[in-house]
Design a protein around this ligand. Structure first.
Ligand SMILES: [Zn+2]
Length: 259
């Protein structure tokens, strides 16, 4: 199914789609291979690039090239400012999604090397893409593209029996206007889908230099329930994957067209 191109001022941020773990980082993990594979199945936002950007790559896409288990680019680099750090899941995870040990706390030099290799270049690329949109078009919208398991993982501290929506829209007080959030909710509510705002996940990413400073930079997070497109047992795409991807892209386009 054909999908339109995103407007040139849209940047798709895809932080959790990669399963790549470099060899030298692998050795710092405490899990045997099978357990690490299971953890990757649980924690990766599988195929989110294909879901949101499609195969034609029409939008500016900023995708983290390594797994979030290596470095989570969605977190603040400084543990003091990152609420998840207290849970052992700051920018460098020390625990798994089941809150069991993943790796020992990295010594400062190792931490710095990992951030220099994977975190800072990613954020520099996001800064540059947003700057290009603002300079060229006077505005930018960052769509922060995620997915979540249909049953909550222990680290989320949500009751696993709690029903989850099909789509979660994440909004930021400064960068997500009510109209923008509403446009995404309306678009994704078509076809009887359930949509919630900031539940089970909240917020949306904005480059550091613009954060709570530049109103020309808007942001919205779209979190897709993996049950819509993924076999969560083996992380393979469901037969309806292409339809799900086309639907997600259509909904984003439709939200962007609303006044
Ligand atoms: Zn994610």
């Amino acid at each position: 199914m054909k999908t339109e191109a995103y407007p040139p001022w849209v940047v798709l941020h895809i932080p959790h789609d990669s399963v790549f773990i470099p060899e030298d980082v692998r050795s710092s993990f405490l899990l045997p291979d099978l357990e690490l594979e299971a953890e990757l199945r649980r924690m990766t936002d599988h195929f989110t690039q294909a879901l949101f950007a499609g195969r034609r790559g029409s939008a500016a896409v900023i995708r983290a090239p390594v797994s979030r288990l290596v470095v989570d680019v969605e977190r603040f680099a400084d543990d003091a400012g990152e609420p998840m750090a207290a849970r052992g899941m700051g920018v460098l995870y020390e625990v798994t999604s089941h809150l069991t040990p993943l790796r020992d706390r990295a010594p400062p030099a190792e931490r710095e090397a990992l951030l220099n290799a994977w975190y800072h270049p990613h954020h520099d690329a996001l800064e540059a893409a947003v700057a290009a949109a603002v300079d060229g078009y006077g505005q930018c919208l960052v769509i922060d593209c995620h997915s979540f398991p249909c049953i909550a993982l222990p680290y989320e501290r949500a009751h696993p029996a709690t029903a989850r929506p099909d789509i979660c829209i994440g909004a930021d007080d400064f960068h997500t206007s009510e109209a923008l959030a509403e446009a995404f909710v309306t678009a994704f509510s078509q076809d009887g889908r359930t949509v919630r705002v900031n539940d089970p996940f909240s917020g949306a990413i904005v480059p550091r230099s613009r954060y709570r400073r530049d109103p020309r930079v808007a942001a919205v997070m779209v979190e897709v329930n993996r049950g819509l497109y993924l076999n969560e047992v083996d992380a393979s795409p469901l037969p309806c994957f292409d339809e799900a991807a086309a639907w997600i892209q259509r909904c984003c386009q439709s939200a962007l067209r609303s006044p």
